[in-house]
Design a protein around this ligand. Sequence first.
Ligand code: SF4
Ligand code: MG
Length: 320
Amino acid sequence: APALLQVSDLTKHFRVGGSVLRKARTLRAVDGISFAVAPGETLSLVGESGCGKSTVARSLVRLVSPTSGQVTLAGQRIDDLPAGTLRPLRRRIQMVFQDPFSSLNPRMRVRDILAEPIRNFGLAKNRADLDGRLAALMERVGLPREALSRFPHEFSGGQRQRIGIARALAAEPDLIICDEAVSALDVSVKAQIVNLLQNLQKELDLALLFISHDLAVVEHMTHRVAVMYLGKIVEIGPRRDIFAHPQHPYTRALLSAVPVPDPGARRSRIVLRGDVPSPIDPPRGCRFHTRCPHVVARCKIEEPRLDPIGRDHLTACHLA
Ligand code: SF4
Ligand code: MG
């Protein structure tokens, strides 16, 4: 199937710290990344905090404007839409955030929180249609209909995230971006919300861009994985390849920290030295070379390209 979302060489740079005394510097939050999401597919974007994942999400929905690159949704350019014409885009790509408490208006009842996008995008034909949609949304996310008349603070964290998901679904999107949507939840609640997203995706044929720093969360629900490090994708491929045969040393290190249920199959932990360098003046050559256990001279000079190493599996490493 042709891609629903196609991201080509997307870049988002920020100017930081300019003053009369100091030259502004460039923070390379997202630095030339490309990927596609097919209709009904889940792509997980993983990496440590600060690697640029959230900036990718914010660029796609135009909370920030990309510096360069191209983004198309169902074949239509969306990266260069003028500010006044973003409404259809905002309907078709919805976001679910990490903290549903701060993203849900505490003074609004659930009914009004969910009715807002339905009204904004003119989706309901009449009052009865609106009521029917509200009831259907509650059922989809596993909340009782009575909850419509309550306020966000009356719910647990997991229930609030269900409301956040219902609000995203209310707009009838093609793509939902979940930005650390389960990261703040307890383990058992996390699993419930992941299951809910997975079921919704199958039922509604939704595409999901699932952003997480936690590989354990994405392992059982994603179709493909893209691993980001310092504003770049270092490896991308089908879930099975990434989890069973990771090729990039950074992916291997991330995976080594994921607990496996069978103790006999434990992956040995790879501890990386140092911290993630600043995205202002990132290291030359391979950006991972300051922490890579396999670094060779070439890595410090020449930037590795993201090259195919298998079917739909690409990695950016000189040793791959
Ligand atoms: Fe490590 Fe070199 Fe590969 Fe970068 S290119 S990941 S530094 S081996
Ligand atoms: Mg983030």
